[in-house]
Structure formats: C-alpha cells, structure tokens
Design a protein around this ligand. Sequence first.
Ligand SMILES: Cc1cc2nc3c(=O)[nH]c(=O)nc-3n(C[C@H](O)[C@H](O)[C@H](O)COP(=O)(O)OP(=O)(O)OC[C@H]3O[C@@H](n4cnc5c(N)ncnc54)[C@H](O)[C@@H]3O)c2cc1C
Length: 500
Amino acid sequence: MKKYDDIVVGGGISGLTTSLLLAMNRRKVLLLEKNPRIGGALSRFYKGGVPFDTGFHFTGGLNKNGILHNILSVLGIRDLIQPVFLSEGNANCFFFESENRFYEIPYGIKNIKEKLKGYFPGEAAAIDKYFDKVQHVCEQTPSMNLHTLTSHQSHLDEDFITLEEVLNGLTKNPLLKALLSGFAMCYGVKPQEVSFANHSRICLGLYESVARVKDGGTAFIKAFETKFKDYDVEIHCGKYITGLDDIHNRRAGRFILNTGEEVSGENCIFTIHPKEILKILPEKYLSRAFISRIASFESSAGFFSVFTTLDTEYEEPDFDATIVSILPHPDINQLLDPSNKGASALVLIKSIERAGGKTYKTINTFEPSFFEQVEMWKDSKTGKRPESYKDYKRKKVEDIIERIFTVFPKYKDRLRVIDAASVLTFRDYLNNPDGSAYGVKQKIGQYNLIGKLPLRNLYAAGQSSLLPGIIGAMMSSFIIGRSILEEKQYNKFLNQNLCN
Ligand SMILES: Cc1cc2nc3c(=O)[nH]c(=O)nc-3n(C[C@H](O)[C@H](O)[C@H](O)COP(=O)(O)OP(=O)(O)OC[C@H]3O[C@@H](n4cnc5c(N)ncnc54)[C@H](O)[C@@H]3O)c2cc1C
C-alpha cells in the first residue's frame, strides 16, 4: 500500500493549490481527480480550433499586490500567468432593457464612484457610504489576508445583514441598487439572501481590477503542471475514493479507491462539493445534525451557456474584451430566482482569443439557470439526452441570440453559435450534484463546510467552503494548508515566497 503525507481529492483550482502548497513544504502528495484530466472549472474546450472557457473567465486581484497576484507569487507561478486587463473605462457594461440604456462601469474604486455619481448625481453620499462599507468589511476580515487567514471566521455585523438591507438603507434608486448588486451574477445568490459581508469580500477584487488571463484556465493548469515537476506530487486521473478504513481515534488510516487500490495518508483534503464528501464519509461517525446540515445546503445559480464567434472577416473597430450584462429590469432578486418565468439576465463575455496562429472574437453568454429547470432529464447523461432536452436547448439558444441581436443589431448574420451547455452539462463535466456554478450558496444562516471534518484527519476546502470563484477556492486551500503545516512553518513559507 502506497503511503502519502496528504491525499487531495479534486483537481480543480482548489485541489491544485492545496497540492502545490503542501508539496512545496516537503510533503508527499497524491492528487485524485475523477475526470480523465485535471482542471475542473478551469478547463477550456476547443471547437474548430477556437478556444472556449467553461468556468473561469475573468478575475479581480491580479493587480500588483492584489490578493491573486500574491497567491500566485507564493506558489511561484506568477510569471506563468499573464493577466489581460480589461479596458479600465468600461470593463463592465450594464444594459437595462426596461430603460433601453447602457451604464458603463469602470474599475478602480475611485473611477467607479465618479462614474456612478455622474449617472446618479443625487446619490453621491449613498455611493461613498457603500464603498466605505465594502472596504471596511474587507479590512476587518482575516481570511482576506494571507498572513491571518483561518477557518474560524470572526463574524462582523455585516455578516448578519443582507446586501439588500444595506442597499435599502442607503438609497431608494432601483437602478443604482441593481448596479451595486449586479456582481451577484459572479456568485449566483440573490441580494436578499447574501450577507453584505460576503458580497463585499467577493466584489472588492472585481472593483479594484478586472482581468482575463492569456490562454484562460489552461494557463493555470499548465503552470501547476510545470511546478509539480519540482515537487513530490503524484496525479492520478480517473480515480476517486470509494471508502475509508482503519479508522482509529477518529482518524482514517486507509483510503480505498474505485480501482480497488488502497492508499494511506496522514491527511485527506476534499475540494469537492460537500454533498459528494458526505457520500464518502462513514455514517457511523457523523452526527445527525452534521448530516442534515449538509443535506440542507442550497446551491448557487448555474448557467445556461451559449458559445459563439463573430465571423472572422467582420471588422468591429471597437471590439474589446468586456463584460456586458443585459438585464430586463433592475430586480436582481427576481433574476436569480429559480421560479422566475420572465426574461432573465444575460452576461456576455467578449474576448479576443489567439490559437493556432489565428485570432478569433468570441462572445460567450451566460443566463442564470437552475437544476429545477432541467430536472426532468436528470437521469440522462451528456451525449445521450432525449429529443425533448435537445428541443429545450435549441429554443433557449434561439431566445438568447434574439435578445443579443435586439441589443446589438450589428451582430445579426455575423454571430456563429458553436455550442451550448445547460446546468446538466456542467453537472456531468464537473462531477457535482446539480451543475451549480459556484457550489453551495453564500447565504445568511447557512454555515458552509470548511476545515476539519468529523474524522480529524479529513478536511473540506474548495469553492463551496469560504467564497466562490477562483480566488475564494484558492484562499480556502491556503486555510487548510496553514492548518496542516501549522502556523510557524506556514508563516515562514509565506514570508520566504512573498518577498520573491
Ligand atoms: C459557467 C461558470 C462561469 C464561471 N465564471 C467564473 C469567473 O469568471 N471567474 C471566477 O473566478 N470564477 C468563475 N466561476 C467559478 C469558478 O470556476 C469556481 O469557483 C472554481 O473554479 C472552483 O474551483 P474548485 O477547485 O473549488 O472546484 P472545481 O473546479 O469544480 O473542481 C472540482 C474537481 O473535483 C473533481 N471531482 C468531483 N468529485 C470528485 C471525486 N469524488 N473524486 C475526485 N475528484 C472529484 C471534479 O471532476 C473537478 O475537477 C465560474 C463557474 C462556472 C460554472
């Protein structure tokens, strides 16, 4: 039986980060990934030579000394990741169909405030207060700082008040409220459910800067693969844990894999969906409260996605990498409600991609979507779905494209639909229970799973733990790393690598 210091389950950004962090600290790591390849939601796919992103598209925190910039420095892969900053003046555009009007939101808190005050001159005080509050929350949050992060969240007053309540206290203007809560699409939870604190923690990085990455998620995967070569990390794809054995003093000694192999590890870190973790843990060691807590976890929104390219011969002079959100009206709660029967939000991610010596202009569109909407086909698998499902997808694609043409008539006859994906597609490719984009919701009153599990050498990390998005998933890995390495070694490692 092979022995490892640490077994990491799941090869998405969280599993990759956990593995490298531990291996760089001289630990022998086994990384298990259920899919044939590592990457999870970082993975890209290619159709006709054109690259498309599945999960990761853009991020904050890549500015100098931004949180992601620092994480990549510590892991020694910063030079392997090339940020492509979106244009500062109009990185994010919001188009309200009800108003037939565009609002351009730059990045840089000073720039955003100025722009918003220009749109809403009577709301200057509310705008200042909102951003002061966001910054206050982030300054007071230990997990926003690599030196102080811990799985024991110290709760702030803003953890117990919703984003909606804070906005209602600041302004009556529905459009301003929608613009300040529009980034809810980046975590898939309604303003009336998410705490103001978690909204702030997720959004601060996106307010400071917005960047795509050259070669998308593939750049991260390659960077980790390159770095793993210098350390003791064994990657086994197509493998997962089916059972635990040799449990003494609430510590699991043996891990049984789907291949029949058995391995031992001092620790095992699960970076997968909590409901998938629950399937692996032996029931007799779990309290009823723990089981029902996980069973009751609600998922964030998922997306129906349409992947398109513009005709290569079509020259659009001002085509730039931007994010355009088309909102039928300013009620973000309704747009993120699974029972919403009206038009939903569309988030268009425009990008210039280079592959195989060619340049492509891609527009990928994401509409919030929920498992309930595809539940009737839940027993089908990718590539083998019934006609009724294919009809559902065709109709959705047609409706989405029609709305894009209404807002951007110039794309008529110039936009080619290359592919589409429902939340069932995401469920099957990412091996999660319901295809949600950001795992378990960040919801007031819902205590997500992070850190030690009921068996003491097992840990939970990943996007469902601390905060979603690649930054949240990586931060959760650092929290676990700190716990396993212990504070002294972790701080030494951090100080050595942050100076580089
Ligand atoms: C459509 C969409 C758009 C998004 N856009 C952005 C964005 O622009 N910016 C951003 O920051 N974030 C974005 N996100 C979210 C971001 O991609 C995720 O938060 C992050 O990548 C999650 O990383 P993870 O490692 O926690 O999970 P995952 O990437 O889901 O990785 C988990 C891995 O575990 C594997 N696995 C599952 N079960 C097992 C098992 N039992 N054994 C072994 N392996 C297993 C899976 O196959 C998968 O590879 C988006 C997500 C989606 C779906």
